[in-house]
Design a binder for this molecule. Structure first.
Ligand code: FAD
Length: 116
């Protein structure tokens, strides 16, 4: 891998972006109001226009057409995001992530306390 002060390649950008997206979903309101739901839809739609990996963004837009973002609650958004990421994982030949472990991975940390 290139040194830290080089522009990000697709992998580095991808890891940073998934960290942001899953963490954002993990802290989305449990009961978002109408305005928050509209803003989240708009954020994701804009994101899929401007994500700076052209073919990744195109693939994401296709998937979002088939399965539009679910923004009615924190859990719905987190699981939707997990599903989107798993589609990319499958396409790249990586293992699927167990979406039951979302909060442990992105919000609460493991029960052994090693991340506290
Ligand atoms: P990443 O896939 O970046 O995952 C980071 C961490 O997230 C993992 O270590 C794991 O702990 C956790 N995780 C994994 N799966 C899930 C999940 N389903 N839900 C929650 N957490 C999870 N790369 C390409 O080569 N081609 C593409 O078309 C492409 N499209 C992309 C589209 C988007 C929107 C994004 C954000 C990235 C895309 N990438 C693409 C990059 C790719 O997804 C990976 O980020 C990159 O290959 C680095 O992978 P990684 O193995 O380090 O882990």
């Amino acid at each position: 891998t290139a040194p830290d002060d080089c522009p990000p390649d697709r992998e580095v950008l991808g890891r940073a972006t998934w960290t942001f997206l899953h963490t954002m979903a993990a802290y989305y309101p449990e009961k978002p109001n109408e305005r928050e739901q509209t803003m989240m839809k708009s954020l994701l739609s804009s994101f899929s226009q401007f994500y700076p990996c052209g073919h990744c963004a195109e693939h994401l837009r296709d998937e979002m057409k088939k399965e539009p973002p679910k923004v009615a609650s924190r859990m719905e958004l987190a699981w939707w995001m997990c599903g989107m990421h798993n589609k990319v994982n499958t396409m790249l030949g990586k293992d699927e992530f167990d979406c039951n472990k979302l909060d442990e991975r992105w919000r609460d940390g493991p029960s052994d306390g090693r991340c506290d």
